[in-house]
Design a protein around this ligand. Structure first.
Ligand SMILES: Nc1ncnc2c1ncn2[C@@H]1O[C@H](COP(=O)(O)OP(=O)(O)OP(=O)(O)O)[C@@H](O)[C@H]1O
Ligand SMILES: [Mg+2]
Length: 359
């Protein structure tokens, strides 16, 4: 949706590149007569400190890690779709006066301060999508605006392109998840679902209804808080703590169970922030009924998290299943690999589903 370059690449083959602060994931989805097929998926971890609070700090390390990912996957795409998230990315649903689509861009540019926290749009990249006529006022349209400072976005694009690929579309993590969800879940009219992507350092919340976001919020908390708590409790390094999270402590059954249980208590701050956001949405939306919460991101793998949220919020909560309608290439990937990756593939798949010209 956020097509910074408005670039027509002349090919429908776009590969999703999800640049997370913990891991970079690459996904290729093919459009086959039998439906969508995840043809390739590969992931590589990124050292800590390369992306901090959504900002690119170690530019060259990102380029080198992307190159290593291509080497590891034995595959280098020409054009990629990638995404941003975090508090530097402004996503707003606004009402604008009814006008031709061709006039909207200039209007937003000239009247930016009405809609966005920027006065001067010259150093801001932005895009918009018209969602349709406003429900209450026929002279107004609902639109989504995405805006981000150029000095934030450009280092990412340059670092990716230095790895030898072109960035065809710049998307937003929340929209990528939504895209993946639309393909897999076929929501019914007026269904209200909350999509929550818990990464390592950022959590994205997107409440969707009738194919569009109605409430979006990102906050700077994710699985890292759990890793840091493990580090402190066991006196281990960050990498060792990450390993324990994924593989356990190697202790006896009781120790293992206690460790698993402690992960959820370490994640308390994330759950509280999710609870606050959902409560805020509920209090400002006139009590609309939420159907379900769907969790994605590696952070969704914290044992017991979905059950905990179900109880806190009294809303059915599940881990999202990117393979409900999507097949994966069983020659390259087996079931245990896919299961292990689980919800962490969601953004990459959502990106890989983009086609040039999509909005
Ligand atoms: N089995 C597991 N149990 C608990 N947490 C896990 C597990 N596997 C991975 N994680 C956590 O998931 C997080 C990584 O998720 P993800 O790959 O979605 O993050 P990211 O996209 O790199 O980060 P971000 O989007 O926040 O920049 C890490 O905090 C990692 O420790
Ligand atoms: Mg992520």
């Amino acid at each position: 949706m956020f097509d910074i370059k408005s670039l027509f690449v002349g090919s429908k083959k776009l590969v999703g590149l999800d640049i997370g602060s913990r891991a970079i994931k690459m996904a290729e989805v093919l459009d086959t007569p039998k439906g969508y097929l995840l043809n390739r998926f590969s992931q590589i971890s990124l050292p800590t400190g390369v992306i901090v609070d959504g900002m690119l700090v170690e530019y060259d390390v990102l380029t080198d890690t992307i190159k290593n990912l291509f080497k590891q996957a034995k595959f280098k795409p020409k054009h990629v779709v990638t995404s941003l998230s975090g508090q530097s990315v402004i996503v707003k649903r606004v009402n604008i006066p009814t006008m031709e689509e061709s006039e909207v861009r200039d209007m937003i540019h000239d009247e930016a301060s009405k809609y966005l926290p920027f006065d001067n749009m010259d150093d801001v990249d932005f895009d918009f999508q018209i969602l349709g006529e406003n429900e209450y006022n026929p002279n107004q349209m609902d639109a989504l605006i995405v805006a981000v400072k150029k000095d934030y976005i450009e280092p990412f694009v340059d670092a990716i392109e230095n790895a030898g690929v072109s960035v065809a579309i710049m998307d937003v993590d929340s929209f990528a998840i939504e895209n993946m969800y639309e393909v897999n879940y076929d929501p019914e009219e007026n269904d209200l679902d909350v999509l929550i992507n818990i990464g390592a350092s950022i959590t994205n919340i997107n409440v969707v209804k009738n194919g569009a976001p109605i409430f979006l919020r990102d906050f700077s908390l994710g699985g890292n808080v759990v890793t840091e708590a493990i580090q402190e409790k066991f006196g281990v390094s960050f990498e060792e703590a990450e390993k324990m999270k994924e593989e356990g402590t190697g202790g006896d059954e009781t120790a293992e169970r206690e460790f698993r249980e402690s992960l959820l208590s370490f994640a308390e701050v994330i759950c509280l922030e999710i609870e606050r956001s959902v409560d805020y949405f509920r209090s400002t939306s006139g009590g609309e009924n939420i159907k379900q919460i769907l969790l994605s991101g590696g952070g969704a793998k914290i044992p017991g998290l979905a059950t905990d949220l179900t109880q806190r919020l009294n809303i059915d909560t599940d881990i999202i299943d990117p393979f409900r309608k999507l097949e994966y290439n069983r020659k390259n990937m087996d079931e245990s690999y896919i299961e292990n990756m689980g919800p962490a593939v969601a953004v990459g798949i959502g990106l890989a589903l983009r086609r040039v010209g999509d909005k």
